[in-house]
Design a protein around this ligand. Structure first.
Ligand SMILES: [Zn+2]
Ligand SMILES: [Zn+2]
Length: 249
């Protein structure tokens, strides 16, 4: 399996990063996408990808960090994103739940990263929290010719259909296992398996509470398999192929 979204650079993993990567491998998670959030974590993402053969880096400016991005951040993002070992731009997107950056600056940062993705012919990793309409409108308008993934999908069926129409993938994370996640499970049951990706968003969104880690992508695969009435191996195989296709792994 491929964990298409996690943040192993965060300090939560400082005590035992090697063991976390080894545990992922032991649970058949053989590829991990490490996603940057700002200038410093983008550098760390690339360092992790260099250190662990199963880790691949994505670089971007998270909407929380959009307000702090300087000209230097954008110049360095462009140069890091151009590296052949960087597989995607992101995460970028809109977060109206926390609103840590002014919304206009979040939108501006998103548009810049969509245009960088188009120029470099790399996919984008999109973050969306309570910003469905604005995010879709910007991706439809400014993301022409760009592909990618809506990570930790939290929209409804209508939104999912619009994402698929634009050629994007939908990534399912640990919340699919949560007791009240009826709508997400219904999407996990009905959307085409060929358009789904798996992720953990570690260290966040643990299916069990506490720190999440890439090994738990298996729990996500098992839940999707359960609601679809197929084997988890089939979910694992297809979503791994999807990730390889999108990210060129
Ligand atoms: Zn995110
Ligand atoms: Zn994330």
């Amino acid at each position: 399996m491929t964990d298409t979204h996690c943040h192993l650079h965060l300090r939560q993993f400082d005590p035992d990063r090697d063991a976390v990567v080894a545990r992922a491998e032991a649970n058949e998670v053989t590829k991990i996408i490490e996603v940057g959030l700002d200038l410093e974590s983008n550098r760390k993402a690339i360092a992790l990808a260099t250190r662990y053969p199963q880790v691949y880096a994505a670089v971007g400016i998270h909407p929380h960090e959009a307000g702090k991005a300087t000209r230097e951040s954008w110049e360095e993002l462009r140069s890091l994103a151009s590296r052949p070992d960087v597989v995607a731009i992101g995460e970028t997107g809109l977060d109206y739940y926390r609103d840590y950056s002014p919304r206009e600056e979040q939108k501006e940062a998103l548009k810049r990263q969509l245009s960088l993705a188009r120029e470099l012919k790399k996919p984008v990793i999109l973050h969306d929290r309570e910003a469905h309409d604005d995010l879709l409108a910007i991706v439809e308008e400014d993301g022409k010719g760009v592909t990618g993934v809506f990570h930790c999908f939290s929209g409804d069926l209508k939104m999912a259909e619009r994402c698929l129409e634009m050629g994007f993938y939908i990534s399912i994370a640990g919340p699919v296992t949560y007791r009240n996640a009826h709508r997400l499970r219904e999407l996990a049951r009905t959307l085409p398996l060929e358009k789904l990706l798996l992720e953990t968003d570690s260290p966040f969104l643990s299916p069990y509470g506490g720190r999440n880690e890439p090994a738990n992508v298996k729990v996500v695969a098992q839940k999707i398999a359960e609601v679809r009435g197929i084997s988890w191996e089939e979910v694992a195989r297809t979503t791994t192929e999807n990730a390889a296709l999108l990210l060129g792994l």
